[in-house]
Design a protein around this ligand. Structure first.
Ligand code: NAD
Ligand code: ZN
Length: 248
C-alpha cells in the first residue's frame, strides 16, 4: 500500500487536470452509513422498496419514516473527514479541479471544494411536490410526517431517487470533466449505480489514469482502474496529500 500511495502522489503532483468521483464510502468516516457493503443500509432495508420514486409517491410517509428521517438526523450533524479534507487540499494545491459526487450530504463543499457536481442532488434541500418551492432540510419540522410546504404540498428531498433521471446538465458536465482529466480518483464508490459508474469508463477511454481508493474491489478493479489502493478513504487520502506536499 505504501508504494501505491507514493505512486499516486507522484502522478498527482505531475498531473494537469485531476477529477474525483466519490461515493458513499468517503462519508463513512463521518458517520454516514453507505448503502452497500458492511454496515450498509441495504442490510436492513430493501432499496427498491424505499429509495424508488414510485414507492415515495405511493406512500411518502413510509419512506420518510424509514429512510429520510434517519438520514436527516445523521446528515444534519455530519462533518467532513480526512477524505473530504484531503480532496479540498488537492484543489488548494492546484491539482484537483472537479469533484463529481454521488453523495447528497454536502460534505465536499463544507470541506472547501468549490467545483462539486452533485450527481444525485443534495439532501440539504426539500422540494414541494405541488409548487416546487425549496426549503432547507434543517428548517423543516418532523412533527408531522410527511412534512409539508407552506402551500400544503408534500416535501421530498431534492435528491435523485431510483427511477428518476439525472439532471442532464450534471451528466454533460461530468462527461466533459471525465474526457478532459488526465487522472481520475474514484473514491469510496461501489461503482454499481448507473450512469455514475460509467464516468470512470469515459475517463479511461480518453486516456486518463484511473486510481481507485476503496477497502473492497469493485467492478472497475482490474479492468477500468489502473490500480486500487485498498484502505479507508480518510487514511489513504491523508497519506497521499502529505506525500504530494512533500514532493511538490
Ligand atoms: P455504495 O453504498 O454502493 O458503496 C459504498 C462503497 O464505499 C463500497 O464500495 C465500500 O467498499 C466503500 N467503502 C466503505 N467504507 C469505506 C471507507 N471508509 N473508505 C472508502 N470506501 C469505503 O455507495 P455508492 O457507490 O456511492 O452508491 C450508492 C448511492 O447511495 C449513491 O448514489 C448515493 O447517492 C447514495 N448514498 C449517499 C450517501 C451520502 O450522501 N453520504 C450515503 C449513502 C448512500
Ligand atoms: Zn408548496
Amino acid at each position: 500500500m505504501e508504494n501505491l500511495i507514493k505512486k499516486a502522489a507522484e502522478q498527482l503532483a505531475k498531473a494537469k487536470s485531476v477529477v474525483a468521483l466519490t461515493g458513499a464510502g468517503v462519508s463513512v468516516e463521518s458517520g454516514i452509513p453507505p448503502f452497500r457493503g458492511k454496515g450498509g443500509l441495504w442490510e436492513k432495508i430493501d432499496p427498491m422498496e424505499f429509495a424508488h420514486i414510485d414507492s415515495f409517491m405511493r406512500d411518502p410517509a413510509k419512506v420518510w419514516n424509514i429512510l429520510i428521517r434517519e438520514m436527516k438526523d445523521i446528515v444534519d450533524k455530519a462533518k467532513p473527514n480526512d477524505a473530504h479534507n484531503g480532496l479540498a487540499r488537492l484543489e488548494e494545491l492546484g491539482i484537483l479541479r472537479t469533484v463529481i459526487t454521488q453523495n447528497v450530504d454536502g460534505l465536499h463543499q463544507m470541506a472547501g471544494n468549490t467545483d462539486v457536481i452533485e450527481f444525485h442532488g443534495n439532501f440539504a434541500w426539500q422540494k414541494c411536490l405541488d409548487c416546487n418551492k425549496k426549503t432547507e432540510t434543517f428548517r423543516i419540522s418532523l412533527d408531522e410526517i410527511p412534512p409539508k410546504c407552506e402551500c400544503g404540498g408534500i416535501l421530498r428531498p431534492d435528491c435523485v431517487f431510483f427511477g428518476e433521471i439525472i439532471n442532464p446538465q450534471h451528466l454533460l458536465r461530468s462527461r466533459k470533466a471525465a474526457y478532459e482529466c488526465d487522472i481520475m480518483l474514484v473514491v469510496g464508490t461501489s461503482a454499481l449505480v448507473q450512469p455514475a459508474a460509467y464516468i470512470p469508463v469515459t475517463a479511461k477511454e480518453s486516456g486518463a489514469v484511473v486510481i481507485e481508493i476503496n477497502p473492497e474491489s469493485t467492478p472497475l478493479t482490474g479492468s477500468i482502474s489502473d490500480y486500487i489502493i485498498k484502505g479507508n478513504a480518510g487514511k489513504v487520502m491523508k497519506a497521499i496529500v502529505s506525500e504530494v506536499e512533500r514532493i511538490k
